[in-house]
Design a protein around this ligand. Sequence first.
Ligand SMILES: [Zn+2]
Length: 397
Amino acid sequence: MNSTNPAEVLQALIRCPSVTPAEGGALTTLQALVEPLGFKVERMTASEPGTPDIENLYARLGSEGPHLMFAGHTDVVPVGNEADWSHPPFAAEIADGMLYGRGAVDMKGGIACFVTALARLVEEKGPPKGSVSLLITGDEEGPAVNGTVKLLEWAKDKGEHWDACLVGEPTNPDQLGDMIKIGRRGSISATVTVRGVQGHAAYPHLADNPVRGAVRLADALMHPPFDHGTDNFQPSNLEVTSIDVGNPATNVIPASTSFKFNIRFNDVWTAESVQAEILRRLDEAAAENHLRPGRDPVAYEIVWSERPSHVFLTRNNALIASLSGAIETVTGSTPQLSTTGGTSDARFIKDYCPVVEFGLVGQTMHMVDERVAVEDLETLTRIYKTFIEQWFANANA
Ligand SMILES: [Zn+2]
C-alpha cells in the first residue's frame, strides 16, 4: 500500500469491518502503516465490568517536545440494512470520484489523511522537530467507557504530556474548510418523577394527580430561556425528551409520572451552576399554590445522568491560528470557529491540553452510502500537512 495516497490508505481501513466494539483489523492496519514512518506503536486493551473489552492504539514519533497529538477513532457505527447501500459498506469502492464505505467520513477518512500528511512530510523533510502522537480509540461510537478516557490516563501514567491536540472528526457542514470546532457545549440529562395518589378521575378530591405537577415542572424548565448565548456559544437549550405515565386508562388518575430532559449549556454556566438553576426552577414551580390548593408543594425526585459533559472553550491562539491558516492557504476560505453540535472525545482531551477539531464534510456520517469525495481526501491531507508544519514552526520559534 502507498502510504502517501490518502484514498488507498482509507480503502485499507474501510475494508476492516470495525463496528464497535470489534477491532476488525483496523488498528493492525494502522500499525502497519505508521511503524515504517518511525512511530513506536503500543496497543492497549481497556476493560470495565459490564462492557466489552476494547482495543486502542497509541503511537509516538519522536521523543522530544513540542508534542502534537492527533486523536480519533477507528470504530464505526453499524451499517443498517446492507441492501440499501449502492456500494457494499466494507468494499471501499470508488465511483464517480466518490469513495463509499462505513467510516469514510466518520472518521477513518480523517485518520487516513493525517497519516498520509505525515508520510509525505517525513518523505520530504524528515520527521518534525518534536513529537507527533496518534491516540486512536476503538470505542467512540459505543459507550465510550473503554476508549479515550482510559487511553489518556494510561498514557499520562507512562509520563506522556502533550502541548496541543487535533481531533479529526468531521466538522464541516457543506464544504471542506467551512468550520473548525474550538469548544463544545456541556450536556446533562435527568429524569424527574412526581408521585401522587391513584384514584377515579370522577373523584379527584380523593386522589392526587401527579400529571398536573409534572406538566408544570416540565414547562418551568423550558421557559424562560436560560441565557441568550455568548460571543462563542449559541444560547443554552433544554429539551424535555419524554413524558411517561404508562397509564392505559382514561378514567384512572395515575399514582406517578415522570419526564426526561437534556440540556445543552454554554459557558454562562458550569455543570454545577446549571444544575442549581434547574433545581431552583423546579422548586419554585412545585410551590405554586394553584397546583395543589391548600396542600403541600408538588413532591418530586430528580435523578441526574451519571456523567455530565462539561462545557469548554479552547483559547490557544497559536493552535487555532496554525489550523485556520493552513485551511486558508490550501482552500482559500476562512473557517468559522464554532462550538455547535454534540459532544465529542475532545471533552476528555481538553483536561490534558488545548484541543481543536477539524476533519471532512459530515453530511453522510452514520448514513447509508456514507461517502467522501476523493478530491476532499487530497485537500484535507494538504491542510493537515500544512498545519503540522505551521504548528511546529510556531512551537519551535
Ligand atoms: Zn466520529
